[in-house]
Write a protein that binds this ligand. Structure first.
Ligand code: SF4
Ligand code: SF4
Length: 385
């Protein structure tokens, strides 16, 4: 095993423990955010024609301001802080921000188009303690819609495979505007070959709503979902996308504004990138009262919403609220009236924490061993340099 592979292995195990701790906290305390997207820069080096989340001119948010926002998110108890944009690699102090997220005890994630990755930048992100990096790749060859292409980015993927100690997820897209639907499958297969996780997004309209898929697009989506992952990998749970692909609304409660926060470059909290302006409250004023209100609020845009990260966060509350129903839905058998097909490890966990007469003891033991925190101040914090 090479030095990088050994370090990656070790860091992956410590990360799994921190993720488990974050999940326990999310299950114990419903009014604390699971994931917050933080925008340190709105500018992007690319201009994908479907995108409504970038401009070509704005300056990076000052680092001390971003650090303050990280602190505020930590105080709210946020488990995962995801840096996106625009293009976050354009922020000159990205590594300092990642390091600060880690110091505050949260899981640090970056979403990038990958163009600005170099071997040196990957090493700097390793040293900063980055946990996850997501790269979005739209097609195999660049076209007039997007230049985020496998042809251009394959070299970056190889550098990541050989040099990154953080987890890498490659996101591909299907839907309107993608010229060759089969590109998404080619991209996902290449990502798996290099040892990365994969997700697939459905291109949406300007408010996050579904643009209907045709038959070839639906088949490609299902093939990528079938590439699958572990039963415990909530990030790759894609049942909601199968519904969307079939044009069927999802029956779920969007917890945006509570379990998921979108903090724009101006420091305002929004439901998500596609519903900016709701509620549009400054993060420094955002508190438990707002988290409670937004947790219970019904959102009209929910049934045909395609915003995957908010759906994934919503799973935590499905599990928290009614574990039997949640597991029954996630692992439903193909035929009607058949019992759900739970994988063995899920059956064991279900017995220990849901159905066993001793479930109270098991739950207390896990809460004691793994922990989970009410607020985010658990590590000493150095002032920003
Ligand atoms: S790379 Fe990402 S942020 Fe930049 S224009 Fe494309 S989709 Fe938007
Ligand atoms: S349902 Fe939630 S995540 Fe989806 S568009 Fe509406 S507010 Fe955003």
């Amino acid at each position: 095993m090479t030095g990088v592979a050994a370090r990656r292995h070790l860091r992956r195990w410590t990360r799994r423990f921190r993720e488990a701790r974050m999940l326990v906290a999310a299950l114990r305390f419903k009014y604390q955010p699971v994931n917050a997207h933080l925008i340190p820069i709105r500018r992007c080096n690319l201009s994908c024609s479907y995108c409504n989340e970038y401009d070509d001119h704005s300056l990076p948010v000052p680092t001390h301001e971003i650090i303050r926002r990280v602190d505020r998110l930590a105080i709210l108890g946020t488990g995962i802080i995801t840096i996106s944009g625009g293009e976050p690699l354009l922020h000159p102090d990205l590594e300092m921000i990642v390091r600060h997220i880690r110091r505050r005890g949260a899981i640090a994630t970056v979403i990038t188009n990958g163009y600005l990755l170099t071997r040196d930048r990957i090493q700097r992100l390793n040293r900063a303690g980055l946990d996850h990096l997501q790269i979005s790749i739209d097609n195999v060859l660049p076209d007039d819609v997007s230049v985020k292409s496998l042809k251009v980015l394959d070299q970056k993927l190889r550098w990541l495979a050989s040099g990154a100690t953080f987890d890498v997820t490659v996101n591909s897209v299907v839907g309107a505007g993608v010229r060759n639907p089969s590109d998404a499958l080619t991209i996902a297969q290449r990502a798996r070959e290099l040892g990365f996780s994969t997700t697939v997004g459905i291109i949406h309209n300007g408010t996050g709503q579904l643009l209907a898929l045709d038959d070839p697009q639906r088949m490609i989506l299902e093939a990528i979902v079938a590439l699958g992952s572990s039963a415990f990998d909530f990030a790759n749970y894609n049942l909601f996308q199968k519904n969307l692909a079939a044009g069927t609304p999802n029956d779920w409660h969007c917890r945006a504004g509570a379990r998921y926060l979108y903090v724009c470059e101006d420091g305002l909290v929004h439901w998500c990138s596609q519903q900016r302006g709701h509620p549009g409250i400054p993060l420094e004023e955002y508190g438990e009262h707002h988290l409670r209100t937004e947790y219970h609020r019904d959102k009209d845009c929910a049934p045909f919403c395609t915003v995957g990260c908010v759906h994934r966060v919503g799973q935590v509350d499905e599990l928290r609220h009614d574990p039997e129903r949640a597991l029954g839905t996630w692992f439903a058998a193909p035929g009607e009236g058949l019992p759900p097909r739970l994988p063995v490890p899920v059956r064991v966990l279900r017995w220990a924490f849901v159905t066993s007469p001793r479930r109270g003891i098991f739950r207390k033991a896990v809460a004691r061993i793994i922990g989970g925190r009410r607020v985010g101040i658990i590590l000493p914090v150095r002032p920003p340099e």
